[in-house]
Design a protein around this ligand. Structure first.
Ligand SMILES: Nc1ncnc2c1ncn2[C@@H]1O[C@H](COP(=O)(O)OP(=O)(O)O)[C@@H](O)[C@H]1O
Ligand SMILES: [Mg+2]
Length: 233
């Protein structure tokens, strides 16, 4: 399965969703980051948008990949996809993360319109509602975007494709850790904390325990979001 994660907007969770939602759930998938200045904490291989020819060749050689398309490359890539007619068909799906801020919702609409224009059908264009705050529904937080989609159903918007705001993602930045491994870490931190000599050692262990608890909480949410995406083709 080959998935592109894309949005004209930065900071909507493209890299987070590529790494923590998609990559661990697509067997054998590689992660490719297309960033202009490889500002992507060294995750995956950096490719320039203009290296689109190479990207197309690469896509023919792999069975499964998640391509994280950095905001600065989206326009470039869309132009290339327009030029190489039908090249969007190399992807089984386009995942478009979005967040409640109005500017990001407007950018998301622009992204969907552009993908629609180059020929991506609604059945392969799927939103992920990211950073939904507790006590707020997707319908409330994303009213402008959902109102647009009611009038022009150019993408799939399943409210169950949502992720809450969770500090675990910030904790894992700059590490290579994956959430399932953290959630299943069998270490008895409480016993280690009792045995630990100094305060700083205890605090370090307490942080690992907290990270495991957050990971255990977020993995089922990611599983539910992924299954609601229905990416199987
Ligand atoms: N669901 C979430 N909860 C909390 N923080 C998040 C969530 N999704 C993303 N973030 C944080 O928001 C910031 C932007 O996310 P990132 O994945 O880098 O966005 P993009 O790749 O679209 O620019 C990062 O600091 C990331 O850790
Ligand atoms: Mg990114």
């Amino acid at each position: 399965m080959k998935i592109a994660v894309i949005n004209f907007s930065g900071n909507v969770g493209k890299s987070t969703i590529a790494r923590h939602l998609l990559l661990p759930r697509i067997p054998g998938a590689a992660l490719i980051a297309i960033e202009s200045l490889n500002a992507d904490e060294g995750q995956g291989t950096a490719l320039r948008g203009r290296q689109f020819g190479e990207l197309q060749e690469y896509l023919q050689t792999v069975a499964s990949v998640v391509v994280d398309i950095g905001a600065s490359n989206v326009e470039d890539l869309m132009g290339q996809m327009q030029r190489y007619r039908g090249s969007h068909e190399d992807f089984d799906g386009f995942v478009v993360p979005t967040v409640p801020r109005l500017k990001q919702q407007m950018d998301t609409i622009a992204t969907l319109v552009e993908l629609n224009r180059i020929g991506v059908p609604a059945s392969r264009l799927k939103l992920v509602f990211n950073m939904v705050e507790d006590g707020v529904t997707v319908a409330q937080a994303f009213d402008p975007l959902l109102t647009f989609l009611k009038q022009q159903p150019i993408a799939r918007a399943n409210p169950r494709c949502c992720l809450g705001a969770n500090e675990i993602y910030a904790r894992l930045k700059g590490t290579k850790a994956d959430l399932a491994t953290l959630a299943n870490d069998p270490t008895d931190y409480k016993a280690l904390i009792v045995q630990a000599k100094g305060t700083s050692e205890k605090v370090a262990l307490a942080q690992k325990l907290a990270t495991r608890r957050l990971a255990s909480g977020v993995v089922p949410e990611l599983d539910a979001c992924y299954s609601a995406l229905e990416l199987k083709t």
